[in-house]
Design a protein around this ligand. Structure first.
Ligand code: SF4
Length: 354
């Protein structure tokens, strides 16, 4: 179903070069004063593609909130930059090994937009985080670690690499006998759809089994352009899944979430995860209560077909891992911390309220 009309606005590289990186370049009134937002951008970079900017009506609308700086990023009281201890689970820089059979391979530190709620806010936009050397060291680790059968390419956004560079990485991974499945995590189809070129798609098509999980957070992100980009990937036989982050003021509304899940299905994207936001410093203003996520899930059931229902996931700090959250997982609250049952029945503390 690629009924949508593509609206190419020049090459994707040109779009990136003309992306907005300074708050004063925006036409609409700022949330906070100019000095406020400047100081935020000095700490956490800003980038918004002209395409995504064209979908934003106001600074604080559901799309603006996701990518435009807010002074609350600097006044937040959450204490940790890396609450999931990714750095500690990095046997080599640029690779995170949390579960025996899969690794997260950070192949780029660049993104088409810098999401204000990003889990890797501490890393994205820093060109020294991912280099040729870190990629080589990560490949070496994967070659030597025979328990790994699945590699998730993440970042940053893997689809911001040059097509030839990404092809070379995928080829190297495909030459490792114990690697069976490759997965790419990206936000590009929804924020820079012109990047999904025929050349990119035919290259990806050579590396099956390859899955692509795309981040979409609001139904307004589904436009003719993003629909066309996803259709190209689906037409190449690439299984598509979605990851959505539950974000206060963006999609913490059952009706918004229903519309999003229904639209994703029409794009041949299987809603995969609804992530509860991680307690990352600078992102506290996006956090909702767990009860909000559970009630959205309750609302989805019975109103959207089972195919359109994602799993509501929470990442437990302290090695608890990622678990699907159901009402029975939440045991209660103690000293401002939730008690949540994790893997193997172990109970973990999680910052937040029921
Ligand atoms: S695209 Fe992903 S990695 Fe990049 S800033 Fe957004 S959430 Fe973070």
């Amino acid at each position: 179903m690629s009924s949508a009309t593509p609206q190419p606005c020049g090459s994707w590289k040109h779009e990136l070069q003309t992306a907005v990186t300074k708050p004063h370049a925006l036409a609409f009134p700022m949330a906070g004063g100019p000095q406020d937002v400047d100081s935020v951008v000095r700490r956490y970079p800003m980038r918004v593609t002209p395409y995504f900017l064209s979908l934003i009506q106001q600074w604080e609308d559901p799309l603006g909130k996701q990518v435009l700086p807010n002074i609350q990023e600097l006044t937040d009281t959450l204490p940790h930059d890396d609450p999931l201890h990714e750095n500690r689970q990095s046997p080599v820089p640029g690779l995170i090994h949390r579960y025996p059979d899969r690794v997260l391979f950070l192949v780029s530190s660049e993104c088409a937009v810098y999401c204000r709620y990003c889990l890797r806010k501490r890393l994205v936009g820093n060109p020294f985080v991912v280099t040729d050397q870190t990629r080589e060291a990560a490949l070496d680790y994967i070659k030597k670690t025979r328990s790994v059968r699945e590699v998730v390419l993440s970042g940053g956004d893997p689809l911001l690499l040059e097509t030839d560079t990404l092809n070379h990485l995928l080829e190297q991974l495909r030459c490792i006998p114990h690697i069976q499945v490759l997965r790419i995590h990206t936000r590009v189809p929804g924020v820079l759809p012109s990047r999904i070129t025929d050349h990119l798609v035919s290259m990806l098509n050579r590396h099956h089994p390859l899955y692509v999980n795309i981040q979409f957070n609001h139904p307004n992100e589904i436009t003719p352009q993003s629909t066309h980009a996803c259709a190209k990937l689906a037409d190449a036989g690439i299984p598509l899944g979605s990851q959505t982050v539950l974000l206060k003021g963006v999609n913490d509304d059952p009706e918004v979430m229903i519309r999003l899940m229904q639209k994703l299905l029409t794009l041949r994207i299987k809603p995969y995860y609804l992530h509860h936001p991680d307690p990352v410093r600078g992102t506290g203003h996006f956090r909702t209560e767990i009860a909000c996520g559970l009630s959205i899930m309750e609302h989805l059931r019975g109103r959207v077909s089972g195919m359109g229902i994602p799993q509501y996931m929470i990442d437990l700090p302290g090695g608890g891992g990622k678990i699907p959250l159901v009402p029975e997982s939440v045991l209660g609250e103690e000293n401002g911390m939730l008690k949540v049952t994790g893997l193997h029945g172990k109970v973990y503390g999680y910052p937040g309220k029921a």
